[in-house]
Design a protein around this ligand. Sequence first.
Ligand SMILES: [Zn+2]
Length: 288
Amino acid sequence: MNEQLLECPICRGKSTLIHIGTRDNSAIDVYRCHDCGTKFLNAANSENDYENGYMYKENRLSDLDIEQRLQLFQRDDIRRFEMVGHICKGKSVLDFGCGFGGFLKQAARVTDSYCGVELGKEERDYLNNNGIRCHKTIEELQEKVDVLTLFHTFEHLSEPRMWLDRFSGYIVQGGYLIVEVPHADDILLSLYESEKFADFTYWSAHIFLYTMKSLSMIIEENGEFDIVSAGQVQRYTIANHLLWLAKGQPGGHEKWDFLDSRELNKAYEDKLRQMQMCDTLFYVLRRK
Ligand SMILES: [Zn+2]
């Protein structure tokens, strides 16, 4: 596609138009930076009504009840807890963009205290009615926390530098910021080049798809955090990828679950990690 003059908002490098339209907005295009590899949109969709169920409408999950939605993401919640449960032990934890609290329910087993921030009203009401403190905005928080988690949230924020700065103000010295975001170089895009997957995954709500280079860059530039670990995780299985490649459809991890063995998934994840083409980036940062 054509060379464009659009400047990368992360590193100011040159970019190329890589995809016309997103799945929900034909007027928003996707660009990829030549230097840092970040994928970004030429305009963010300011219409997204997160407060009134946008995430579930958009993901066609509106028909599911809350327990079914929690069930759907439980695998991620358990994986995240396995990865950072030891950091949360005996600490105060804030999950920013906590949804229906799937991760908080896991973390509650070991934390000293926990709460969430969530724009979605249904989610917030559900949590507060079930004894889990949930705020609408981070500014409502009266105290600093030991651990702040961002699971698939940071990519929705249009001013990442400002937000990193803001988050650092809510974390105690020596506390942790944990960031999980989708990876720009997911193998379905970067090597398999699945057009169907590209049409599906590029979305006006994902304002940035980061690479390790670009995420590390803005963290180092911010200067308030040490990077304790930075790595890649594979959320979706080989069955999911095979269905994308064979039929151009999502859901292979459920439809072709005969391939769903722990050994096979781990071997595939290890290979993707070696190639730096997992679907997810996972950072643990310590506040200086
Ligand atoms: Zn860049």
